[in-house]
Design a protein around this ligand. Sequence first.
Ligand code: IMP
Length: 432
Amino acid sequence: MANVVIVGTQWGDEGKGKVVDLYAQSADVIARFQGGNNAGHTLVVGGKQTILHLIPSGILHAGKLCIIGNGVVVDPSVLIEEMNTLRNRGLLPDSTRLLVSEKAHIIMPYHRRIDVARESHGVGKKIGTTGRGIGPAYEDKIARVGIRLCDLLDDVVFREKLSRNIEEKNFYLTKLFAEEPLDEKAIYEEYRTYAEALRPYAADCSLIMQREIDKGKRILFEGAQGNHLDIDHGTFPYVTSSNTVAANACCGTGVGPSSVQSVVGICKAYTTRVGEGPFLTELKDETGARLQQVGQEFGATTGRKRRCGWLDMVLIRQAIRVSGITGIALTKLDVLTGIEKLKICTGYRMDQEEFTESVPANLRILNCCRPLYEELDGWSEDIRGAKQIEDLPANTRRYIERLEALAGVGMVLVSVGPDRDETIILNDPFAG
Ligand code: IMP
């Protein structure tokens, strides 16, 4: 029996929500290990659409334990709002189904203010962040001045840490950005109420997860964003501020690497990106607009239109290597239906040099590269009813086979439509 990590292989928005939801049925514990409310899964709960940004989507399945690990940055107002929504629908009866690591860092109002101020004042490069304070919260963690959930729950520690932070952040906001200072007392009062709401959910999640593993329970580690938004391995600086690669499932929850046996990489049948940054296979033509429209490519958190382009196997190969991906879940294949000729990028070229396994780290080099394409015939048949690979048109199967050959890793599932049953299951990652 295996514990499974799910990560995105591209720049996020690969359709992880559907796959996590599917695998959550087989898991006992679902844990988030990085990111914060910059992520977003759109779910249908009791006929009503809900977007969850922090709580693992496994919460919708009865009897599962959901964990927000120490590697996640938690905006308490967002978490409490999500908890209230779920509670009102009878999905969060008590604190036995959702636990938050006492070591998780808390997003404070100054993190959001600094995030937005930097992007709008043109200090440094515009990243196109979600404006949720994610980067500044991780900065404080690394600078060892961040406030963790256990600090928020201790009035003496919280007062002292808040005071020190406000002094420094007000200096930064007023002197560099000429912004209004933050009101320490108001923030203290606001966050005291959050502390009381979150107290029953705070826990030593590393210990709890180990006990579950010892009992033979199955853990699903739910990654957010994608491998190429990773702070170390992504297209820096156009990345998020956490490690999105699979190894962080361990650091971000406090579980040892020997407890992970399978890594599923979610790969959308084409590529999208939200925000700024290099995107070699981007299509700024009708085909790009078509992918955006048919694929409903809008950010779940900010509502921004996602940039769209051809499948890029350099991205996928690097993600497979860095995350140790053991199986690919191919998503949104139906969005390609009706496109006469499909392209797959197999490498990048700059002058005489070719890059096929890794994205060049130096963006000046990357921006001088051009994509090398293979062209395949598309298909026009509706594939949404396919239940097994044999039901797919020959050209669709060829596209999948070519992707597998270029990746060097097999498929665990192929998603041919948004609904749960519009999925071809090929392998069970929990089987190990
Ligand atoms: P931040 O995570 O808000 O700091 O944003 C940094 C970059 O990551 C921006 O380009 C965002 O658009 C991108 N980003 C952050 N979260 C997601 C996500 O869940 N999906 C896709 N892009 C994301």
